[in-house]
Design a protein around this ligand. Sequence first.
Ligand SMILES: [Zn+2]
Ligand SMILES: [Zn+2]
Length: 281
Amino acid sequence: MAIDWLSPAFLSEFRFAAIAIGAGLIVERLRPAQTRQSWRGLAFNLATATLFLYLTMLLVPPLSGLVDPWAKRISLAIPVRFPDGVAGSVLQTIAFFVVFDFFFYWWHRAQHRWRWLWIQHRFHHQDRYVNVTTVHRYHFSEEIFRIFVIFVPMAVLFDFKPPTVASVWTAFLLWGYWIHMNLRVGLGPLGRWISGPQFHRFHHTPEYGHVNFAAIFPFWDRLFGTYHHPEPGVFPQATGVANATDGNTFYEGVVLPFVEWGRAIRRGAGGGDGAAGRAAG
Ligand SMILES: [Zn+2]
Ligand SMILES: [Zn+2]
């Protein structure tokens, strides 16, 4: 089947990303957490975002379509259904994301713990200037893995009143833009329950080690012992990976994980430790 590279679906996704990133960059000017950011880093992230969005839009829907019926066939179908109406819809959405974030938390923690997965996730962390554009700075294979480690287990275990894949993806993206913003905004005590830019900035700070893995609900970190409550007014300036480059080349962003996986297979390396090592894993 021929691929329409400029189909309306692709274009609307790009328009959404462009508007969200543009708005985010303007808001970041008002109260930046990190005052000196690199224009070169920003340009690289925007180029990476374009590639990431293209590849995920191309690969994820057909893969989900293939996997979904299979997951439904073996599903335990534990019902999670709230009544119709505004309150019910809100609760339905919150319930979905609480479960989603549980799986995200463990997947994300495993990415920091095991070398095989850190190879893939490191690129996201090499950004020395975390800002709204960091949200799409991922190796594209992360999105493919998430189908199997987040969406398949959720589909196997639960029967949610179906939020469409598109709406979940949109909501998750919006939240991703929010938590990556280079913004001097603290949430105070509310930050124990809901994530924000300060919470996630600590996740990107090498000196704090590997904390704050949840995407949306920090209570998963609190429950499993990886929570670092942001101190009031503290916005760490240094982000990135200790003793590593800034990763700002397409070789590191796209090709290198495959090279490293190949090397690891040839060496017959076992799982091994990721960045977090045994202490935090
Ligand atoms: Zn991470
Ligand atoms: Zn991040």
